[in-house]
Design a protein around this ligand. Structure first.
Ligand SMILES: O=C([O-])C(=O)C[C@H](O)[C@@H](O)C(=O)[O-]
Length: 319
């Protein structure tokens, strides 16, 4: 992004509705001793914004929200806000039980974030009534707009999403579940019951892989972790998708995203640790993932390097 580009204070939903580039979910950088490395984190965020990210989702799933102490979380959000300097919005993760989610929301607010991605509540599998109450209490406790993240133990009926969409401060749903029938019924129910501009995000791991299907349901927004280590590929995909260039979309899906997703399926937690390995391979030492995640095997990192190389070769073919 051009540093001279104007800063906007438009509401978050307006800034996200038709993004000019991928939604960037940066990894969190640690030094060799495992402590937070804010300088490297800032460099990672800076490179992403300069490469054309339309928003920064700091300390979310890819950013190891689960592994950060509250003060580290606040420092990351503050660093992302400073690096973006208003050019693109910063959305911060918030999670655990209601009391802690509210605390994270307030930390994010004081650090200058523009919005929140509300993670599933910690540990318990709750009924719809309790889930609804949890997200309503989080939204009521902050002035920041909230995007609710559906995955794992936070799966909503269409009726619950209708209630979420009616809740002051809740602006969207990010889906990390991948149940297309449920998603279609959800989009349809909200369209019927709460006419307006509720936002939907495809938030599956490596969301580009499923974005053609999600787009057909009316879900035009998607998150990108690939943007962390291969911004040019993620941008080319985003551009091809928004301009209807199906040839490029298919070429990138077949030659890059499918092999990447197949490699990602080789290890638990690779949706994060392989992305982090990718950032290191591309020259920025963001350190290793924190437990309980683990590093990909040497062989998998070698294969990742080949997948990245092939992906970049596809971009050359396009020229
Ligand atoms: O919270 C997160 O970091 C995500 O779930 C987003 C990721 O970007 C995911 O969609 C991906 O792997 O592309």
């Amino acid at each position: 992004m051009d540093p001279g580009e104007p800063v906007t204070s438009a509401p978050l939903a307006d800034r996200l509705r038709v993004p000019s580039g991928p939604l960037f979910f940066p990894v969190t950088a640690y030094g060799p001793d495992g402590s937070l490395d804010l300088d490297t984190y800032r460099a990672h965020v800076r490179r992403g914004v300069e490469a054309g990210a339309a928003a920064v989702f700091a300390a979310c799933g890819t950013g190891e929200f689960h592994a950060l102490a509250p003060e580290e979380f606040e420092a990351c959000v503050r660093a992302a806000v400073a690096e973006t300097a208003g050019r693109v919005p910063v959305v911060a993760g918030a999670g655990y039980g209601t009391a802690l989610a509210v605390r994270y929301a307030r930390l994010a607010e004081s650090a200058g974030a523009d919005g929140l991605l509300a993670m599933p509540p910690y540990l318990v599998v709750a009924a719809q009534e309790g889930l609804l109450r949890h997200y309503r209490e989080v939204a009521a406790a902050t002035a920041l707009p909230v995007i609710v993240y559906q995955r794992d133990n936070a799966v909503f009926t269409p009726e619950t999403v209708v209630e979420l969409a009616r809740t002051e401060g809740i602006i969207g749903l990010k889906d990390g579940l991948g149940d297309l029938d449920l998603m279609q019924r959800t989009v349809s129910a909200v369209r019927t019951e709460v006419p307006g501009d509720f936002l939907y995000f495809n938030g599956l791991p490596t969301a580009e892989q499923t974005q053609l299907a999600y787009r057909a349901l009316g879900v035009t927004l998607y998150s990108s972790a690939v943007f962390c280590f291969a911004p040019e590929i993620a941008l080319a995909f985003h551009r091809a998708l928004t301009t209807g260039d199906d040839t490029t979309v298919h070429r990138l899906l077949d030659g890059f995203y499918r092999p990447f997703v197949e490699l990602r399926a080789q290890g638990r937690g690779y949706a994060v640790s392989l992305v982090k390995a990718g950032v290191r391979l591309r020259g920025l030492d963001v350190g290793e993932v924190r437990p309980p995640l683990h590093e990909p095997s040497e062989d998998h990192v070698k294969q990742l390097a080949q997948v990245i190389e092939r992906g970049y070769a596809l971009l050359e073919e396009d020229k």
